[in-house]
Design a protein. Structure first.
Length: 242
DNA sequence: CCAGACGTTGTT
DNA sequence: GTCTGG
DNA sequence: CCAGACGTTGTT
DNA sequence: GTCTGG
């Protein structure tokens, strides 16, 4: 689950909503069809590069698809777009990031493809009825191309943590992203919380009523399509609306 | 010891 | 069928 | 996640 | 980097 999402909010709105500072440089442009390997905005907490000073909550671009620090090249990361909540603390590809580099990935909503009885696939858009952005639980990693030498630039990348889907969403798909409520953000993002055994307790399915879903134009399947209409309801038959 | 993997998803 | 690119 | 490619040779 | 398989 969660192989495509929408993230169209202005950086200014995200700064306010997530109480972050912007890192210098460009954030990705608004997108209604974020695909693996795209640059996305991430919320994370870092200490300033040169020692002293308090940790800061930042908004910065990362590549979607986590590249482990030991990877020989960045290509394999294209498939590490999700990490299972059930095993994320143990898996070699994720556990270092889970212990020390947790983040939030802001989204307007995300897409799921529902497997129909006739073998077709109908995309659904899933978002909050209250209009608030989703704060998807994620991990980030820093990678330097070993072929580029010690001066090669760092590549920042991230993955979305998934869990089981419940209730109405389970009809569409059996996995969903882990969403964190505002009250849990600071605890999740605190780099020093890595040893907190209660952290995994945050990785639970969205509660009933938190999300709603509706069918959308199949055009979202092609990553070259990108427009606000991709998230709008496709209402040919109200009975197909979950 | 070295070599090689290290992940998720959906579908059967 | 399976891998790569987006 | 889906869409689209999936190959070699020789020549410019 | 670290674990597993041989």
């Amino acid at each position: 689950m969660c192989g495509r999402y929408a993230a169209s909010r202005d950086p200014d709105d995200l700064v306010e909503e997530f109480e972050v500072e912007l890192v210098p440089g460009q954030l990705p442009p608004p997108s209604w069809n974020v695909a693996p390997t795209d640059e996305v905005s991430a919320v994370l907490v870092r200490r300033p590069r040169d020692g002293g000073g308090p940790a800061q909550r930042l908004l910065r671009p990362v590549r979607w698809g986590l590249v482990p620090s030991w990877a020989r090249d960045a290509k394999g990361g294209a498939r590490l777009i999700n990490a299972r909540a059930e095993t994320v603390a143990q898996k070699p590809a994720f556990r270092a990031a889970f212990a020390a580099r947790r983040c939030l990935l802001p989204a307007d909503g995300y897409f799921e493809w529902y497997a129909t009885e006739t073998g077709g696939r109908q995309p659904y858009y899933i978002s909050r009825p209250d209009g608030a952005p989703l704060a998807m639980a994620g991990l980030y990693e820093l990678w330097r191309d070993p072929a580029g030498g010690p001066e090669a630039p760092l590549v920042w990348s991230a993955t979305v943590i998934t869990t089981t889907a419940t209730d109405e969403l389970g009809h569409i798909h059996d996995r969903s992203p882990v969403l964190l409520e505002r009250a849990d953000w600071a605890r999740w993002l605190d780099p020093g919380a890595g040893a907190d055994p209660g952290l995994t307790g945050l990785l639970v399915p969205p509660g009933p009523g938190v999300l709603r879903a509706w069918p959308v134009d199949a055009a979202v399947g092609n990553v070259r399509n990108n427009r606000p209409e991709l998230v709008e309801p496709l209402v040919h038959d109200a009975a197909t609306l979950f």
